[in-house]
Design a protein around this ligand. Structure first.
Ligand SMILES: [Mg+2]
Length: 404
């Protein structure tokens, strides 16, 4: 059966949400991000881009490049709300879909052409999203996940594009190699220095040449350039949570010990999220008392992977749940409703120093192990940590000295 993969991407998502709330912002150059002296641009409208503004740059520089821009401090709870609204519409209309990030989706429309015509179905889905949310969204439709994503990029803003089967290569050929997903700035420079700027050049090169220059990544780029890389969809319901539990050697009511353990668990899970480039939208706490009665409590939150937001919420939830003051046998922390994404959605509260601190701490953990650096409040709990990457697809290591 012929595959039909739809890629949907909301246009300048944070900016569009702000314009929905305040229509005076329509068509005006807009910067969303940290408004303080050391803030960072989380999103910028199309009008600011010709001034050289892009997301991730310091707000100070962006303001200098585009002084007439309106600057708005972002609000992740609004973006989370709209992200969930769009997700619910797609969930309603498509049986198998992947939520690739807060504003990006893949849907498998294979087989639907029999009954509806996939392009018509995709067009109607897009109209429904625009009508029900007021947010502009674009799509690309083809037999191939990567080609559809590239097609969405070419369709933007607020438009749609179908690439028929057999036309993947000619569609990709005239584009800049920068348009291939996974070609970052560094790879782009390497290829540019070799005189490779268009996808057509990669298409004409032998695969071995790309592999000898860029290794495995070279192979991926070559396959993508030729419309041959078609990774499977990761359905939304799969891998939706990461969790950790601790059974105490001896049941306890030692509140300091309990809070230290929970703190360290939350800190470790937050690191796992960032390493897997994931955000969580729901936290839960579990307590099992010595009589084996088990209680849990969960809280929906705005998408985040930041310690300074997650840990206080986890601690608050634990304090709410632990009311019985009975002996505790086990505690657990779980993050669910996971989507792919990075700090970007939380950039508003953060300074460049804060982002660099996270970066530095995670670099140390990646190099020297998860426990090489910890916040002081979690240091009593020495053996918290999963010692593996839950997103790598490999099974977790069981540790002999731990009660599982
Ligand atoms: Mg987008």
């Amino acid at each position: 059966m012929k595959q039909q993969i739809l890629h949907l991407d909301l246009d300048t998502f944070f900016v569009s949400c702000e314009r929905l709330i305040d229509s005076k912002l329509q068509k005006r150059p807009l910067l969303v991000g940290g408004t303080g002296d050391r803030g960072v641009v989380a999103a910028c409208s199309y009008e600011t881009r010709r001034f050289g503004v892009h997301s991730g740059m310091s707000m100070k520089l962006a303001r200098r490049l585009c002084p007439e821009a309106v600057v708005i401090r972002g609000n992740s709870s609004i973006y989370t709300k709209y992200s969930r609204l769009v997700t619910d519409i797609i969930k309603d209309k498509v049986p198998v879909f992947e939520k690739a990030s807060v504003d990006e989706f893949y849907a498998d429309l294979s087989g639907m052409d029999h009954y509806f015509g996939t392009y018509k179905y995709a067009s109607e889905l897009r109209s429904t999203i625009i009508k029900e949310t007021g947010l502009p969204i674009s799509f690309g439709l083809s037999a191939n996940k990567i080609v559809s994503k590239v097609a969405t990029g070419e369709a933007k803003p607020n438009n749609q594009l179908r690439i028929d089967e057999g036309f993947e290569k000619p569609f990709m050929a005239p584009l800049s190699i920068k348009k291939i997903p996974s070609v970052g700035n560094k790879t782009f420079q390497v290829l540019r220095n070799l005189g490779i700027d268009r996808v057509s050049v990669v298409q004409q090169m032998p695969l071995e040449m790309m592999t000898s220059v860029l290794g495995q990544n070279g192979k991926t780029i070559w396959l993508r350039a030729n419309g041959l890389d078609n990774p499977p969809l990761v359905p939304f319901h799969e891998r939706k949570s990461i969790s950790t539990e601790r059974t105490f050697g001896k049941d306890t009511t030692d509140i300091t010990k309990l809070r230290t353990t929970i703190f360290a668990m939350a800190e470790n899970l937050a690191f796992q999220l960032r390493r897997g480039e994931k955000l969580t939208g729901c936290i839960s706490i579990k307590i099992r008392y010595s009589d084996f009665n088990t209680y849990s409590k969960q809280l929906k939150i705005s998408y985040t992977s930041a310690d300074h937001i997650l840990i206080p919420k986890v601690m608050e939830l634990f304090d709410k749940l632990y009311q019985r003051r009975l002996l505790i046998r086990l505690v657990g922390v779980k993050f669910s409703d996971l989507v792919t994404g990075n700090y970007q959605i939380n950039l508003f509260d953060d300074t460049e120093e804060m982002l660099r601190l996270y970066d530095a701490m995670d670099t140390i953990r990646n190099r020297y192990g998860e426990l090489s650096i910890q916040k002081a409040a979690g240091m009593g709990a020495r053996t918290i940590g999963r010692f593996h990457n839950p997103f790598s697809g490999e099974p977790p290591t069981l540790l002999a000295h731990r009660n599982q």
